[in-house]
Design a protein around this ligand. Structure first.
Ligand SMILES: C[S@@+](CC[C@H](N)C(=O)[O-])C[C@H]1O[C@@H](n2cnc3c(N)ncnc32)[C@H](O)[C@@H]1O
Length: 267
């Protein structure tokens, strides 16, 4: 619920470093006033998809955008005529990838293919997750911002970023749920996670925030919050003396339960 937690952090004129994922962490950061946004993701296709989504906002009306990406998580049309409107502004790499994809997917069910992660448990609407999709006015607000600002997009692993961005500083670092991917169920990797968190603290301004989250337990196979987000790990992070640690809870994407966001403030 990115717009839920972003709306409770002051992003006005702030510099943001975020996981790219669907691209929505980037777009919502601009919506809430970020001055600059740098996105990174281990998955090169996340970089290409963010290019597609950002340029779709720049090229399509609100109605067209909802037709293209869906107004629910299960009804994106990816209509070819709309893609053609977006295509001309894409980076060459994105054009090559998406042209190839349209060819490969001709006559096939693109949305239910293995190109997309299938998550039937998500019951929210894109407009609840994304402040820029709440209504036409919000969409046009972000469209105007994106006409002036372009995010920097980097394909890299979470562990590489502190050395890639050495000497740069940010007000907010959003690691999304990647600590949970990184640690997985392997408690042994919590230590690695905490040691690269210390490297991330060097990329933060004083009192800057680093956030990461876990979805509500229903989304995890074991029905418990994974080790990277557990109470013990948060205590260990606080014990490093680098961050003050808080937790906040937000309405879950799965309905019913709550998603947990861990908020670390650089001391
Ligand atoms: C599942 S998304 C979470 C956010 C949200 N569901 C969304 O749609 O934006 C997390 C992203 O983290 C990326 N990721 C996973 N492990 C990573 C790592 N070690 N370094 C960088 N990115 C990683 C994945 O490729 C994915 O795009």
């Amino acid at each position: 619920m990115v717009s839920e937690y972003y709306s409770r952090i002051d992003l006005q004129d702030k510099s943001v470093l975020t996981i790219i994922g669907s691209g929505d962490q980037i777009i919502n950061a601009y919506f809430f006033g970020a001055k600059s946004v740098t996105g990174f993701d281990i998955n090169k296709r996340a970089v290409l998809f963010a290019d597609l989504k950002i340029n779709a906002i720049k090229s399509l009306s609100f109605k067209e955008f909802l037709l293209f990406f869906g107004d629910r998580f299960d009804n994106a049309s990816f209509e070819f005529s709309l893609y053609q409107k977006v295509r001309e502004n894409l980076k060459e790499e994105s054009i090559n990838f998406f042209d190839g994809l349209y060819k490969e997917m001709e006559g096939k069910d693109f949305l239910n293919s293995s190109y997309f992660r299938q998550r039937a448990s998500i019951v929210t609407l894109p407009s609840e997750v994304n402040a820029y999709l709440r209504d036409e006015e919000s969409y046009n607000k972000v469209k105007n911002i994106l006409a002036l600002k372009t995010p920097e997009l980097i394909a890299a692993d979470i562990q590489e970023i502190p050395s890639i961005l050495e000497k740069r500083t940010f007000d907010l670092i959003n690691l999304s749920n990647v600590p949970n991917y990184f640690v997985g169920r392997n408690e042994g990797r919590v230590e690695n996670f905490i040691s690269f968190l210390k490297e991330y603290s060097k990329l933060l301004v004083n009192e800057g925030l680093l956030i990461f989250y876990s979805y509500s337990p229903v989304i995890y196979e074991t029905k418990t919050v994974p080790p990277a987000s557990s109470e013990e790990t948060l205590k260990e992070i606080e014990a490093t003396g680098v961050f003050k640690v808080e937790q906040k809870y937000f309405k879950a994407i799965t309905g019913g339960q709550e998603d947990k966001v861990s908020i670390l403030t650089k001391i």
